[in-house]
Structures are given as C-alpha cells and as structure tokens.
Design a protein around this ligand. Structure first.
Ligand code: GDP
Length: 444
C-alpha cells in the first residue's frame, strides 16, 4: 500500500492534537517538526517539504485557528488542505480535442510501464469515456515493444496500428493519425520509444512527433518506486519535450509515496492517473483530495463506491438483496460474493478505503488472507447442491467427505458453517431493522 509509513506517522502526530481544547504555537511547531520528518522519510523532495511546512505553519498559527473551539481539528483540516494542494488540488481531467481524433502521446524511460499504461489507458477510454481508441506502436528500437503492444491489443480486443520497425516513428505517427480518421477512431494513443536514460536523440525524436500534430496530451509515465529519480525524470522531460500530465505507475508497490507528493510541485504538471498493478484494469484516476484523505486515515469512500459500481452487476445486487430479505441466501451466493469481492482488487487496500478502519483495534494491520478465501471456496465447491442450499443436513459424515474433497480439515468446515449461520442471523436482524415499523426503521 502506498504511503504506508507516512500515513502512520502523520496519523500518529495529528492524533495527539485532535482532542486538544487549546493549541499553542509550541504545539504546532512540535507537530510540524514531526510532519517534516515524516515527509522526508517518505522521500519527498526537500524544497517541497519546506514549502509545505511553511504553508501549514503560517495558516495554523493564525489567530482564528488558535482561538477557535476546536483548534486540533482545524489544524488537521489545514494539513489535509495543504496535502491536497501539494498533489494538485483538483482532479485534472483528460483534455479531449474538439476535432477528432484526440492525440495522446505516451513518453517515458524504459521499464517505467509505458506500454502497459498505454493498454490500460485505452481500456479506461473505452470503458469510462465510451471512446474508440487506436493504439500506435511507435517504439521501433525495442522490437519486443511492438509485439507487447499487439499482445495487449489482442487481450483488450482493441486495434493496434504498427508498421514494423523500419519506418521512422514520426512517419508511423503521421500514418496512424490518417488511419484513425479513416476508421473513425476518436482517440489515438502513441506508445513512443523509451531509453534507459534521457538522451538527446530520444528527446529530439519526441519533439519531432510533437511537431507533426500538436498532441492534446503528452503523458509522461514514471515509476513511483524510483522516488526522487522519478521527479528528476519528470522535470527533464517537462523542460525538453514538454508534458501535459503524469501517470505514476507501480504505486501499488511504493510504500513511501515521495514521488506522488513531489511531482506536481516540482513540475507544475498534474498527476492524471496512477498504476496500481500489472493487470489491464489497474489504472485509477488520480484524485488529490481523496489521496490526502487516505494518507490521513480518513478513508476514501468515493473511490470505494466507484470501484464497487464498476465491478458490481446491479441486477445481481438486486437479486441478492431479495435473498437477504427472504433469508434464502445459499452457499452458492456466498461463493459468488467472494468472487465479486476478489475482482475489486487487493482486499487490504479496499479495507483501508473505509474511514476509521485504520483506527479499529485489530483491523489496522489486517492482512486479508487470500489463501484462506481460496480454502473457503474449495470447501463450498465440495458440497452437493442440496448441502449448499440446506446446510442443516451437513452431518458428521458429510463434513468428513467435504473436508477430504477440499483438502481441508473438519474444523475448517465447521468454522465456515458457523460463519454462514452467523451471517444468516445478522441478515435476519438487518431485515428486521429495515422492515420494522416506525422508530425501528433504519437504513443500513
Ligand atoms: P515500458 O518499458 O515503459 O514500456 O514498460 P512496460 O510497460 O513493459 O512495464 C515494465 C514492467 O512494469 C512490466 O512488468 C509491467 O507489468 C510492470 N508494471 C507497469 N505498470 C505497473 C503498475 O502500475 N504496477 C505494477 N506492480 N507493475 C507495473
């Protein structure tokens, strides 16, 4: 999970301030010292840290805050605001051209995740924006790059434009845009060549592609795990080629978060998306405000809801609600739920989006055991249809058979049966509440 260390330290620091009826200048100074350490430890650019501390201190030591009834809360709000500002304030949307096609150029160093992100972005454009993207393989120096993009295109059922590796990237880009017009593609995403290091030749080539038709967006793809190197790369690309936004990849593996917190301030260019995994659906729109909330342990309900909406089949959800109400929920439904949940991504991350979870004892460091979930599924798959619908019939002999069939123990089977029973009981209570009259009518 990104920002792990920073989140822990910042939350610890602000916790001390939270309930205070009075906050002195000294308190703020002490807190800011800790915040400064936390940011430096998270590998945030030093200049950015200084600026941040200065901004928060100035606002926090202001008289309105000190005299207010809830100074602790106010200071926390200031930290939240400034963190949001640091990451760009508002979410920065993709700029589409009014004249089709919109041209998006993907640039970056080798290994940053440029080709993968090209595929992911096309997927987002199609799914979320209803666009008809054309992928363009313009990295002619790494033959495998063309193939890699073609494979991704196949996987996503999206067309890939390529002319091999003997034609110049500029020419490929020109022909691709023509082709897109003919075939009515409304977005063209050009996967350009990467290098191990920034070099003149590469920059010139990128400038030539840019000169061909001013792209609507030039997205720099950088690897979050490289920390301040990512920030330096962003600065160089911005100064030489010019970029319009940043895609920060591998945030799923970056526990510090320094690049995410520094890039915007250093380059003045917004982070538009973040890569959260290798799969084609692991690209998230970057929301500075929500990210700040996550860092401060306030959860991120909006992203959670969006995630759920993208993965949940509404028809199924209604059907399930009905089953809850009538208590006809079976083990088959249970397995279906487990699978739907798994589709939403790593469960540890999902838990952290729920406000307050990080403060609940026992839940703060929970690691969801995906293996255990696999075991539950195996047990359920070893049941007969009758057992799945009527678990009451599962006696000693049946338990033995199920345990053997799923490679688990009788205790495991017992535990699942008990959990299921408890879940049913809870459902009964919940439906009692939602269907109850008058005062008892509560919405869950
Ligand atoms: P390119 O040389 O910049 O085109 O890089 P690639 O697209 O080939 O990606 C390099 C490696 O990074 C591949 O193994 C990708 O699967 C991996 N990768 C890309 N984005 C992400 C991400 O957001 N998270 C993780 N964990 N891996 C990623």
């Amino acid at each position: 999970m990104a920002f792990e260390g920073l989140a822990e330290r910042l939350q610890g620091t602000i916790q001390k301030l939270k309930g205070k009826g009075k906050v002195s200048e000294q308190d703020v100074k002490e807190m800011m010292r800790e915040v400064r350490f936390a940011l430096i430890e998270a590998d945030v650019n030093l200049k950015v840290v200084k600026e941040f501390v200065k901004n928060v201190s100035e606002r926090a030591i202001g008289s309105e805050v000190m005299k207010s009834l809830t100074p602790g809360q106010q200071v926390i709000k200031i930290v939240q605001d400034e963190l949001t500002n640091l990451m760009g304030g508002e979410q920065s949307p993709i700029k589409f051209s009014t004249k089709s096609p919109t041209v998006i150029m993907m640039v970056g160093l080798q290994g940053a995740g440029k080709t993968t992100t090209t595929g992911k972005l096309a997927n987002v454009l199609r799914k979320k924006y209803n666009r008809k993207p054309l992928l363009v393989a313009a990295d002619i120096y790494r033959p495998a790059a063309v193939q890699q993009l073609q494979t991704l295109g196949k996987q996503l059922s999206l067309p890939v434009f390529s002319l091999g590796t003997d034609i110049s990237p500029v020419e490929i880009a020109r022909k691709a845009i023509e082709h897109a017009k003919e075939e009515h593609h409304d977005v063209v995403i050009i996967d350009t060549a990467g290098r191990l290091h920034i070099d003149e030749e590469l920059m010139q080539e990128l400038k030539d592609i840019r000169a061909l038709k001013e792209p609507d967006e030039v997205f720099l793809v950088v690897d979050a795990m490289t920390g301040q190197d990512a920030v330096n790369v962003a600065q160089s690309f911005n100064e030489t080629v010019g970029i319009t936004g940043v895609v920060l990849t591998k945030l799923d593996g970056d526990t510090r978060g320094g690049a995410a917190l520094s890039i915007r301030s250093v380059t003045q260019k917004p982070i538009k998306f973040v890569g959260m995994g290798e799969k084609m659906d692991a690209l998230e729109t970057f929301h500075p405000e929500r990210m700040a909330q996550r860092i401060l342990g306030m959860g991120d309900v909006l992203s959670l809801i969006e995630k759920a909406q993208a993965n949940v089949d509404m028809e199924k959800a209604k059907e399930l609600e009905q089953k809850f109400m009538t208590q006809t929920f079976t083990f088959d439904d249970f397995v279906e739920q487990l699978q739907a949940l798994k589709k939403m991504g790593p469960l540890d991350d999902i838990l952290k989006m729920i406000p307050g979870v990080n403060k609940m004892k026992g839940l703060d460091n929970v690691k969801v055991d995906e293996k255990q979930m696999g075991r539950l599924e195996a047990i359920i798959y070893s049941m007969t249809p009758a057992e799945k619908t009527n678990p009451e019939i599962i006696n000693g002999n049946r338990k033995k058979r199920i345990a053997k069939g799923s490679g688990t123990t009788i205790q495991d089977v017992n535990r699942l049966l008990k959990q299921f029973e408890e879940m049913k009981k809870m459902m009964k209570q919940m439906t009692g509440m939602t269907q109850g009259k008058g005062k008892g009518k509560k919405k869950m």
